[in-house]
Ligand binder design. Structure first.
Ligand SMILES: Cc1cc2nc3c(=O)[nH]c(=O)nc-3n(C[C@H](O)[C@H](O)[C@H](O)COP(=O)(O)O)c2cc1C
Ligand SMILES: [Fe+2]
Ligand SMILES: [Fe+2]
Length: 396
């Protein structure tokens, strides 16, 4: 049972929804599912752009055969080799043995490496053009967005950009495919969560890619996940531009670990002082409960970051350490930073957090609170002082 989704006179959506997988990359929760998008252009020649995760290949092939309606498949363009998009390449070659597979030199090496396929490969270089007849496809190499072989395919005839993972989001497609058919409010935060977790380390390559694309007319963006963008192209590009520059809105994420509630009480008190000082968007995450992918998303969104940790065997609480590793991997820049913690006999967590803030070259608050056990009344004053300092730094 399939229904074909036509995007323009001869561009079709042939992707699938995945509402089964719990964890993307075996790690990142998918509470609302995900889509693996692929597209066909039918012209004098036919081209399929990207494939889908292998367990969905049956539905995918059915979609393709419906669109082709007896025509041969001439080209498979491979924009990205992560298995959520490359998974069905072997299957496509089996069903369409004459199909020419198009990629850059890195793609072709990976197709051999993953699938042992070497026949009917056609290598393209940055800027090359492939004519399908009416449609002229131009290839833009965009390395490290977010793998080395990633490229984008631009249809100069319809001004459609097949962007790979860029501009993609988690969340399956509920009935529609175009943004104009969907409640886009549900996708923006899932786009940020996708970016923060999957692409977040590669701000510089994303900026390079955006510059490369800046001169082209964009009427439609066909990413490999989430809505096809037509009505919200400016907003979509603006979100990517902002995230990849590590620019953020006014607001503070307080992320803490706590076994017995002492550090947690500091977090609650600190949050309430921030609100008193007029800070919008105060978000509190208990790192033993919040999903790390959401914590990361929020840290990408907001300018202020405050971490709280008890001292644990002379180190940071392990859940806090896990977050630090993720922040370091992504080289998060331009944050205003504060920290606090609790200990019983010899505190070390606050020292370690301060060192981390300095290492990340964040704008670090002078005030920090290293609280012995449940603390004293003085701690309230210090926590308020940290809130005041953080707010004034974010206002600057
Ligand atoms: C397994 C474990 C290891 C700890 N290691 C240290 C330590 O090395 N130094 C210290 O001063 N306190 C240590 N503590 C005590 C806690 O840091 C202290 O009780 C703190 O107030 C706990 O904060 P919480 O209530 O937010 O969990 C340890 C506690 C536990 C349970
Ligand atoms: Fe990917
Ligand atoms: Fe992907």
């Amino acid at each position: 049972m399939s229904r074909i989704k036509k995007l323009t006179d001869d561009i079709y959506f042939v992707g699938v929804n995945d509402r089964h997988t719990h964890l993307f990359e075996n790690m990142i929760p998918l509470p609302y599912g995900i889509s693996y998008n692929a597209y066909i252009i039918t012209d004098e020649k036919t081209a399929l752009i990207d494939t889908v995760e292998i367990s969905f290949s049956e539905q995918f092939i059915e979609n393709i055969l419906l669109v082709l309606n007896g025509k041969p498949l001439d080209y498979l363009i491979v924009n990205h080799m992560e298995p959520d998009h490359s998974g069905s390449i072997k299957m496509i070659q089996r069903i369409f043995p004459k199909v020419q597979i198009i990629g850059n030199s890195k793609t072709i090496g990976m197709i051999d490496g993953f699938f042992g396929l070497t026949e009917n490969m056609y290598e393209v270089k940055d800027g090359d053009i492939l004519s399908l007849g009416k449609h002229q496809l131009q290839f833009y190499l965009t390395p490290m967005v977010h793998w080395p072989e990633t490229m984008m395919t631009y249809d100069t005839t319809t001004c459609t950009l097949f962007s790979g993972d860029a501009f993609g989001s988690f969340r399956a497609l509920d009935g529609g495919v175009l943004d104009s058919e969907l409640n886009t409010e549900l996708y923006w935060d899932e786009m940020r969560r996708y970016y923060a977790n999957i692409v977040g380390k590669y701000g510089v390559p994303v900026q390079k890619a955006l510059q490369k694309l800046s001169g082209i007319d964009l009427q439609m963006i066909c990413s490999t996940h989430g809505p096809v963008w037509t009505d919200n192209i400016a907003d979509t590009v603006a979100i990517y531009n902002k995230l990849s520059k590590y620019e953020a809105d006014r607001g503070v994420v307080i992320a803490y670990g706590s076994m017995y509630g002492n550090t947690e009480k500091m977090a609650e008190l600190f949050a309430s002082y921030l609100v008193d000082y007029g800070m919008p968007n105060v978000l509190v995450h208990n790192l033993s409960k919040s999903d790390p992918s959401e914590v990361l998303r929020d840290i990408f969104k907001y300018k202020g970051l405050v971490l709280g940790s008890p001292t644990y065997s002379n180190e940071l609480y392990p859940k806090v350490n896990e977050l630090l590793a993720k922040l370091k991997t992504r080289a998060i820049k331009n944050r205003v930073f504060g920290c606090f913690g609790s200990f019983t006999w010899a505190g070390n967590s606050v020292n370690m957090l301060k060192e981390f803030g300095a290492e990340m070259q964040w704008d670090c608050c002078q005030v920090s609170i290293d609280q012995k056990m449940a603390g004293t009344k003085n701690n309230n004053t210090e926590i308020e002082a940290l809130a005041k300092e953080l707010c004034s730094k974010i206002r600057e």
